[in-house]
Design a binder for this molecule. Structure first.
Ligand SMILES: [Zn+2]
Length: 417
């Protein structure tokens, strides 16, 4: 439940608090100050960089009773309604779940009515690139002749997927990925405010893992604090599984569920190094799915953002608790193998996941165990087992074999006379 706490608590409420997007905030503030407010704005940029947050602040500034104000006052009734998420004239639509033409028609109908109590009726459409073609066409009609009391704010991570006809009718604002310095600086401020005494370098380490997204950085900080308490050290960073992009882990788990072997390899290829981290993230993800399978989507036994819970529950249905348990068991074995043979981590991951994604993997458990033992023995550097004979149980000897020096291989340089 604590997953998004810091990200929510420290979500900027004024333009001045938005970190690292000065070009965008100045453009919006300038437009308000000079009374040149367009009717449609498109916020584009990587995930977690503040698109919807900035759009919400803009909506609040437009409707502030002491404005339209270059900075919302935060005290009037409209500002308070906006801050508590209760502004009836700010209509937020997630295009990822409302892609259809009917949704846009409904929006168009709503746009015809004057605002209830605010100056403008503001529509904030998130992930707008997800709209269907017919939905875009319906939207275009409204964008061509918008009522004077309506403002459209769109947000997207994929500007290139939007039709030119839409983009050309909007003022496009590009938010950029944040530098590690900016993120680390903000984390230091948040830690100070929270009374957290982090070892020097922890903020920088978190910033590096967040890859330019402030929201991810705060979520990681949350995770870290939940793991180790208020004095996180550099060593603790290794315990975070999420140097790995969560969407990537979802794609990997999905390919596994579909027994889509090329998909598994493609999803793996999208990660940069860090096999133990990928494996750790996959373990954590599938464990959550397992808990969702047994205890329900809303179970407090696992941490997940609300939008991830539905995704995990769907995965749990696809895989079923039995296969999930099997897969998790195998992943744990793979983790052991990686510790024994860190140099072969990539191969262990690829082979292990391909095995789990085998189309005929409705194998009886003992056959599966045999195959895995054979695989283990092969990876542990033992003699390759005969193809059809079951590998003899050699669990005791496997670690010894693995710690034996690898077969000497003369480096190329040594062969020079
Ligand atoms: Zn106000």
């Amino acid at each position: 439940m604590s997953y998004l706490v810091l990200a929510r608590k420290y979500r900027p409420r004024r333009f001045a608090d938005v970190v690292g997007q000065e070009v965008v905030t100045r453009t919006l503030q300038g437009a308000i100050a000079e009374g040149r407010i367009g009717h449609a704005y498109l916020f584009s940029g990587p995930r977690g960089t503040g698109k919807t947050t900035t759009a919400r602040i803009f909506a609040k500034a437009l409707n502030c009773e002491r404005g339209p104000a270059a900075e919302p006052c935060g005290e009037c009734e409209r500002c308070k309604a906006a801050d508590s998420g209760a502004e009836a004239d700010l209509i937020e639509i997630d295009a990822a779940s409302h892609t259809g033409v009917d949704d846009v028609r409904e929006l168009r109908d709503q746009a015809a009515y004057v605002p209830l109590s605010a100056r403008y009726k503001v529509f904030l459409v998130d992930e707008v690139h997800m709209l269907s073609k017919s939905a875009f066409n319906a939207l275009l009609k409204t964008l061509e002749e918008p009522p004077a009391h309506v403002k459209f704010l769109f947000a997207t991570t994929e500007l290139h997927k939007l039709p030119d006809t839409i983009v050309s009718r909007c003022q496009v604002l590009k938010l950029s990925a944040l530098s590690e310095e900016r993120i680390a600086g903000r984390l230091d401020e948040v830690f100070a405010a929270e009374g957290v005494a982090a070892e020097p370098g922890v903020s920088a380490g978190l910033a590096r893992r967040a890859r330019g997204g402030m929201r991810d950085a705060l979520s990681l900080a949350d995770q870290l604090l939940a793991l180790v308490g208020a004095r996180p050290a550099l060593d603790d960073l290794a315990r975070l599984s999420a140097g790995v992009d969560r969407a990537g882990v979802g794609a990997l788990a999905h390919a596994l569920a579909e027994r889509d072997r090329p998909g598994v390899l493609a999803a793996l290829g999208a990660f940069e190094g860090g096999e133990p981290e990928v494996l750790g993230a996959l373990l954590q993800y599938l464990r959550s799915a397992l808990l969702a399978a047994h205890c329900g989507e809303e179970s407090p036994l696992f941490d997940a953002a609300p939008e991830q819970r539905a995704e995990l529950a769907a995965l749990a249905r696809d895989l079923g608790p039995e296969r999930l348990e099997l897969v998790l068991g195998e992943l744990l074995l793979m983790r052991d193998q990686m510790r024994l043979l860190p140099g072969e981590a990539r191969l262990i991951l690829e082979l292990g996941l391909l095995e789990l994604a085998r189309p005929e993997l409705t194998l009886p458990l003992d056959e599966l165990a045999r195959r895995l033992e054979a695989l283990e023995a092969r990876l542990a550097g033992g003699a390759p087992p005969a193809r059809s004979a079951p590998a003899a149980p050699r669990r005791e000897s496997a670690p010894a074999a693995a710690s034996a020096p690898q077969r000497p291989r003369a480096p190329a340089a040594a062969q020079r006379p």
